[in-house]
Design a protein around this ligand. Sequence first.
Ligand SMILES: Cc1ncc(COP(=O)(O)O)c(C=O)c1O
Length: 388
Amino acid sequence: MDISHLLTSHSRNMEASLVRELLHYSQQPDVLSLAGGLPDENLMPAYPELKQLTDSRQYGPSEGEKDLRECIVSIVAERGIQTSTDNVLVTNGSQQGLDIVSRLILDESSTILTEQPTYLAACQVFKLQGAKVQDVMSDAEGMSVSALRDAIEKHHPKAVYLIPNFQNPAGHCYSLERRLEIAALLDEKNILLIEDDPYRDLCYDNVDLTPISTLIKQAPWLYMGSFSKVLWPGLRTGYIVSCDAFSPYLVKVKQAVDLHTNRLGQSMITQFFKSGQYPDHVIKLQKAYKEKRDVMAEALNAELGDLIEFSLPAGGMFFWVKLPAGVSSQLVLTEALKDKVLVLPGTPFFPCKSSLDDSFLRLSFARVSPAQIHQAITVLAKVIRQLV
Ligand SMILES: Cc1ncc(COP(=O)(O)O)c(C=O)c1O
């Protein structure tokens, strides 16, 4: 049945997420997947006992459970963000945070600036509102400040969307200097910052993690966090912390979208934090993921060091690998899949057709064992060498 006449012009133009389309391959037991951004189930703590949880059967507040919002206030205070529960909105993961913010600020007349490359599902959300997504050149320290200045002057954006810590997909982490420069520029131009920070606790090296939101003096800002990468992504729980002016508007959109985030998941996360286990849990995650990161770096260097380029990510889940000249990431995907290894081409992470680059792969080390990493990289090396 053709239903295209029923769709809005923006829904008609929607592109499917390659990551989610590839997910069914990664669920096949004989496929080794480096493609998803999924955390390792073996490192997830057990759920708290149901009987400890508060009564979650009734409807709850749109802002989120008070206990969880208090927890979030202390979590972000440790990061340098001084706020109150009034400025915390609990969301269905930070993905919903992006949706709520987009509904609030973006329409067909708006432009939003992003890093190049950037998190593809954020662009899906921005584009669904009809907004123009404009990428801005980025390097190992994050978005280029001069390119950002030019883009602000040329495109008059509503907002700048940044993932400063262990970015998805490029893995970069902003230096303190870059954070300060970006904050100063956003203040000067009075542009809204949307800071997305789901990976910060997956930190393996000594790097600066100061939220840019804390360095801003007068421009508006929104800071998003998530429990997905460090606890249980299936519970779909994240949050937006906002500067004062935004909070009432964000809550109204949340009410319209889904009334509130599911209460049972919020209670489980609160229980876990209150039990005092989180600090040890993070140490465990950091140790395990750091080991996997190092194994992947070693394997890539040993098998492909003469052909590819990559930087060691100081945290997060991803290597961003530049393929040898002329080797197409799409072709690597197809050929590696014949040998039951799934990788993710970098193409969907480029929001603008003009900057599209088919020479990158995003490789995740999070959900595979060290032995599987070796196995997968051996296959990848064979495939890439055949294509050179
Ligand atoms: C940068 C970034 N933002 C947001 C999300 C969405 O996370 P959540 O599970 O909290 O919705 C992801 C997930 O991969 C991500 O990489």
